[in-house]
Ligand binder design. Structure first.
Ligand SMILES: O=c1[nH]c(=O)c2ncn([C@@H]3O[C@H](COP(=O)(O)OP(=O)(O)OP(=O)(O)O)[C@@H](O)[C@H]3O)c2[nH]1
Ligand SMILES: [Mg+2]
Length: 204
């Protein structure tokens, strides 16, 4: 079978962004959907982004025998002692992002601007069981939690993540801008260095 890498995430927003960042590798990357793999990813029981990214990658690698890329990410809010962190997706239970955002803003209602610092964090993992390779790269982007949601673009908490260099929330910027500045871009751009050597070097 042709060489390929499986992208182990169920999040459509992430898939869109990652495929765009790794666009030159698009023909080698298969999403779970491309493979008709209609499965749940395992519970994210790790204590860090790295552990959770690896839990997802290893599960799909063991299931398929192929190299896998996965990532775990989150929104850290200083005023909430670093939460939501690795619990960002689970925050508020099984409610939609409109409600999760409402809950964050409710918790932050008395917090002044200077104490609303927050960051998006991403850890990306490339895991190849056969070749015994595990690469982890990371990225972070600093901003503030806006007083109210703005913009409909991106996904998740993007409408309340205010990014000072552009004077906009991540919900207001287009996909080119997000993929220039985001935590995900930083992590996957570093992973690209490895893919460049390993894939273009013809090792796989
Ligand atoms: O507005 C956002 N813009 C982003 O760029 C971003 N990156 C991460 N997050 C949030 O952090 C959690 C990830 O959780 P997570 O890594 O477990 O992913 P997930 O469960 O959605 O998909 P999967 O990859 O596990 O299948 C989720 O709540 C995301 O909304 C973001 N929110
Ligand atoms: Mg998840």
């Amino acid at each position: 079978m042709d060489k390929f890498i499986i992208l182990a995430t169920k999040n459509e927003g992430k898939i869109r962004e990652i495929l765009d960042i790794l666009s030159e590798y698009r023909s080698w990357i298969k999403t779970l959907k491309d493979l008709n793999l209609d499965i749940e990813l395992p519970e994210e029981l790790g204590e860090s982004y790295e552990e959770n990214a690896f839990i997802k990658a290893r599960y799909i690698a063991e299931l398929t025998g192929y190299p896998v890329i996965a990532e775990d990410s989150g929104l850290e809010i200083d005023a909430l002692k670093g939460e939501l962190g690795i619990h960002s997706a689970r925050f508020g239970g099984s409610v939609g992002y409109k409600e999760k955002i409402r809950l964050v803003l409710e918790k932050m209602k008395d917090i002044p601007w200077e104490d609303r610092k927050a960051r998006f964090v991403c850890k990306a993992v490339f895991y190849d069981e056969k070749e015994d390779i595990k690469i982890i790269t990371g990225g972070k982007v600093e901003g503030y939690i806006a007083y109210e949601p703005r913009g409909e673009r991106g996904f998740g908490y993007d409408p309340i993540f205010y990014f000072p260099p552009l004077g906009k929330t991540f919900g207001e910027i287009n996909e080119f801008e997000k993929n220039k500045y985001s935590h995900r871009f930083m992590a996957f751009n570093k992973l690209k260095l490895f893919l460049e050597c390993f894939y273009k070097g013809g090792k796989l």
